[in-house]
Ligand binder design. Structure first.
Ligand SMILES: Nc1ncnc2c1ncn2[C@@H]1O[C@H](COP(=O)(O)OP(=O)(O)OP(=O)(O)O)[C@@H](O)[C@H]1O
Ligand SMILES: [Mg+2]
Length: 247
């Protein structure tokens, strides 16, 4: 398993209150899986993503990435894993407003040891991959929402990450632009990319091959997409035929 989580929990303390944002999550994710994480607001989806992305550490439990026990690593080693192996895409794009698309995409490579020419070539390649070769000089405010998100995806991909994490990547986009981004994810998945994506929308989750539903910091269900769809269909009540008294 590329990712193995064992009995992971995350407790936040606010004043005297303790909030169990994650409460005993165990799961494995293999290479080239495309996972959608769903669940109500506050169920722990972003907390899980932040731990997977090495932006945060669990309070208890174990996180293995490629066989390495990552949560035990110190700040520097953790940052290194994050930079080398993880690409993160956020709902709000998180691009630097003063930098061109090209320079935004180049940023994660600054500490990679690559020379500037190699960095530029890689950044240009990543932008070509998301279909933005003709927008590399534009600053974020000179791009559409969908284009901004594609720049953010290029920035995530430029390090050739093992894992692409996306927390509601289409949350700020209209439905047509969302479809473009999802088509891009479909293509990346077909090319071998491992993807974990948080979404509130069933139509978005339908692009994934596996659906994990969270509730109160726990995994409520974890099914192949087809099985998840079948269970939801049967949970939505009897079909017209059944209502008419026929099996
Ligand atoms: N830094 C923090 N300090 C204290 N509590 C936090 C912190 N971050 C999250 N929480 C709490 O942990 C719980 C899980 O939060 P999380 O952000 O993971 O939810 P989510 O499933 O991503 O929700 P949403 O769909 O609204 O984004 C929530 O109850 C939240 O209030
Ligand atoms: Mg969230």
């Amino acid at each position: 398993m590329m990712i193995q989580l064992d009995n992971l929990s995350k407790v936040y303390r606010v004043g005297v209150e303790r909030i169990a944002a994650l409460d005993g999550v165990s799961l494995g994710i293999g290479q080239n899986e495309y996972v959608a994480v769903m669940g109500p607001s506050g169920s722990g989806k972003s907390t899980l993503m932040n731990i997977l992305g090495c932006l945060d550490r669990p309070s208890e439990g174990q996180y293995h990435l490629d066989g390495k026990l990552v949560h035990r690593l110190g700040g520097h080693a953790l940052a290194r894993i994050r930079n080398e192996r993880i690409g993160f895409v956020f709902q709000s794009f998180e691009l630097l407003p003063r930098l061109s698309a090209l320079h935004n995409v180049e940023l994660p490579l600054l500490y990679s040891g690559l020379g500037w020419l190699a960095r530029r070539r890689r950044a240009r390649g990543a932008l070509e991959r998301v279909g933005l070769a003709d927008r590399i000089k534009h600053r974020p405010n000179q791009l559409s929402g969908g284009e901004k998100q594609r720049v953010a995806i290029a920035r995530a991909l430029v390090v050739q990450p093992r894992l692409l994490l996306a927390d509601e990547p289409t949350g700020n986009l209209d439905s047509r632009t969302s479809e473009e981004i999802l088509a891009l994810f479909d293509r990346l998945h077909a090319e071998g990319q491992t993807i974990v994506m948080v979404t509130h929308e069933e139509e978005v989750a339908a692009h994934a091959t596996r659906i994990i539903r969270m509730r109160d910091g726990r995994v409520a269900s974890d099914l192949a997409a087809a099985e998840d769809r079948a269970r939801r269909a049967s949970a939505e009540g009897p079909t017209d035929k059944a209502k008419e008294g026929r099996p």
